[in-house]
Design a protein around this ligand. Sequence first.
Ligand code: UPG
Length: 382
Amino acid sequence: MRILILGGDGYLGWPTAMHLTAKGHKVAVVDNYLRRHLCREEDVEPLFDVPNLHKRADLWKAVSGYDVPMFIGDLREWDFVEQVFKDFTPEAIIHYAEQPSAPYSMLNRRAAMLTLQNNLDVTANVVFAVKEFCPGAHIVKIGTMGEYGTPDIDIEEGWIDIKHKGREHRFLYPRQAGSLYHTTKVMDTDLLWFYVRMWGIRVTDLMQGPVYGLITEENEKDERLFPFFNYDEIFGTVLNRFVVQAVAGYPLTVYGKGGQTRGYLNIKDTLNCVRLSLENPAKEGELRIFNQFVETFSVNELADKVQQVGKGLGLPVEVKALENPRKEAENHYYNPSHTGLLELGLEPNYLTDDVLAQMMETVIQHKDAIDKNAIFRGVRWE
Ligand code: UPG
């Protein structure tokens, strides 16, 4: 399949490019280095130096023999979008090209506007490009479990049947996101659903939970192919942060009561979920939604696991509850369903002690590169 990866330089984008080429697909990547640029601006660099996309593609070619052609540019600009889609004519598009951080979106007005404009403009341009240059192509969009928030009832997989005054109708499951970033994902879903109804495009929206990890089948023998590994407050996801904190001797930053529960997955599972969605596409005129995670944990449970495994490696890990800089429920009901991807054949990689220990051992080798000042600055939601 000819697959175009938008946001192909990112934490998930580059590992996806390697994975799909290794599985026999023809892949091209697009990126404008927004993530790198924002990390530099906020002085929160990832743990490992990451070569630019040209160098990553050369490295991957030398290791695997596969080509990954690339387009460097901004998908908010229609001329660039036109050039990319005309040149590559994809059969499927993976859309990761968004500002991905909730704390970044809450920093200030400028960051909020960048998040809104970037995320919505790119999503709209993708829809217009598919209609004009490759009708029938399948859009696989990364959404977030954060679109649903934490309602006091079970979370369904995208849709809910509502009975009202004796009649029944199927609607998108109610969404109530907890940051502006997560809200842009809700808006993306609405935009896609609108054009599914109007133009019959085919879309899979993957409601993903926080991802952890850095090792995949494709990069395990060569660290130069590792993804961005952010551990800072803005771009790092919670478990990646806790692992780095454990190694740095920095008390684990549990926000508030720590009962915040989310659905988590290993980066290896992200790659498999995306590939399974591509290889079993949505139908024309369908918005298919999967909840993309494999197990749920509270923040306290994650901190306990990191503490236990850290102790086993001789790390004296402390946990410190901080006043929560976010506005979110700290004790809540959480029971989201997640059967769709399992039915497509996903074989989950669970968070075992061995998996955590392997992450910690990798980070220990780069302990000197950890910048403790980036770990917590207190970006408040207010
Ligand atoms: N949390 C802490 N301490 C920390 C960091 C986070 O307690 O040091 C809590 C946080 O308050 C939240 C939970 O951990 O309740 C998860 O936070 P985080 O891992 O930062 O996830 P999100 O803010 O939900 O965002 C990540 C990705 C985003 C993706 C989303 C999927 O950044 O791109 O859409 O996970 O849920």
